[in-house]
Design a protein around this ligand. Sequence first.
Ligand code: FAD
Length: 452
Amino acid sequence: MSDSVVVVGGGLAGIAAALRLADRGAQVTLLETRSHLGGATYSLLRDGVVADTGQHVFLRCYHAYRALLERLGVSRHAPVQDHFAIPVLHARGLSWLYRAGRAPAPLHLTRSLLGYSPLSPRERISAGRAVLALRDVDPADPHSDALTFGSWLRRRHQSARSIDRLWGLIAVAALNLPPDKASLALAAQVFRTAFLGERDAADIGVPAVPLRYLHAEPAGRLLERLGVAVHTGTKVMAIEPNGDGFVLRTRDGTLSADAVVVAVPHPAAARLVPPQAVPDRERWTRLGSAPIVNVHLRYNRKVLGFRYAAALDSPVQWIFDRTRAAGLEHGQYLVVSVSAAHGCIDAPAEEVRRTYSEAVDELLPGARTARLEDSFVTREPHATFHQGPGTAELRPPARTLLPNLALAGAWTATGWPDTMEGAVRSGLQAADVLDISRARPPRLRTFGEALP
Ligand SMILES: Cc1cc2nc3c(=O)[nH]c(=O)nc-3n(C[C@H](O)[C@H](O)[C@H](O)COP(=O)(O)OP(=O)(O)OC[C@H]3O[C@@H](n4cnc5c(N)ncnc54)[C@H](O)[C@@H]3O)c2cc1C
């Protein structure tokens, strides 16, 4: 029976685990190597502008993530659109992907797909059939994880244009890989949940404030209020089983705990988790990684008339208006988000800036005559794990061979891709596999219970 728990890693997974454990009456310490909480979701300051290192988006069906925002008291800063609708920019103008009318799923998509002008009428009908065929793909079936999404789409008679202009638009943003590299199992999980589940499941949410004000700072305040000892700037170097508990070594000394949640990225977990807990932990490194690049462009005036848009036939995949979120009162601050950014992760910043500002000029006529006042590039080489076929068997469950050491992180076996939803779910799962003594009565309001 455990009472003192150390959570290692202060990303969304570690924050979720720490909150749940504190709610359940445990005495929790959270150790984070960086100077701030939030992990992959954080912001930097540049010339007085708070810029996120990576644009983050979520869906209405991110129930665990949205429960976390609710618990942090910040839901109002993360609005979700009333109605799924994506403006799609291309050289010939604008098309829409949207949820039509009040029909139940999957009929709510029919009109949307039938009206999607970047595809031919035949391609639209065929896409509708493929959406319905996804009902027969079980994301938990190992066979689904042996195939790429692209190969499955081709077998469902999806043309190269359809894969590029419809499926790829969503897959690359959701899985950080193009359909030809992404696992069918993970793609099916995303498309089935978003488009074949609740009719409003795919409605898109975009943070209205920088991520550090949405996650890191409110989480730090709430954890402190709940009595969690948060130590940032504290790298855990080793975790050693010791009798019924553990000793954790940091640069500053050692710490004892009855139980541990390891909520760090998979390469760090492979080094930290003791072999008694998971003998073959080195295999996690085979999950690899995939990069995301964000190109930040500040114009002297408004050039994009939407809060966000997708783009076709362009190096731009998605573009976001972050002017108000960054607190800017004039001009427009756009962020181009480039997923699966293998082609530009190592390119010189000047080249990346030029490529994407020229691509924005192509898409937005107003940008050609506006003055570009500032531009910079942020790169996350290991933004997510490489979500290709064969990853399901590499993702470990929360429970390990040591009853009081649990694993968390968006890379663990959550059934979700490497997303904020997966991270929060993993933290909750890890907290729940630990045997907490409940020496103190749990709080009435326990975060993350009864999620769909
Ligand atoms: C640029 C970018 C864009 C993204 N866009 C989206 C999006 O639009 N929608 C979406 O849902 N998801 C998106 N994601 C993915 C999402 O951010 C992640 O899935 C999620 O934040 C991962 O959370 P985590 O807690 O599992 O891991 P992390 O956030 O990586 O947290 C792990 C923490 O452990 C700490 N740590 C590591 N080693 C140690 C150690 N030895 N001791 C102590 N602490 C340690 C790290 O510093 C880090 O803070 C994006 C990611 C990136 C990078």
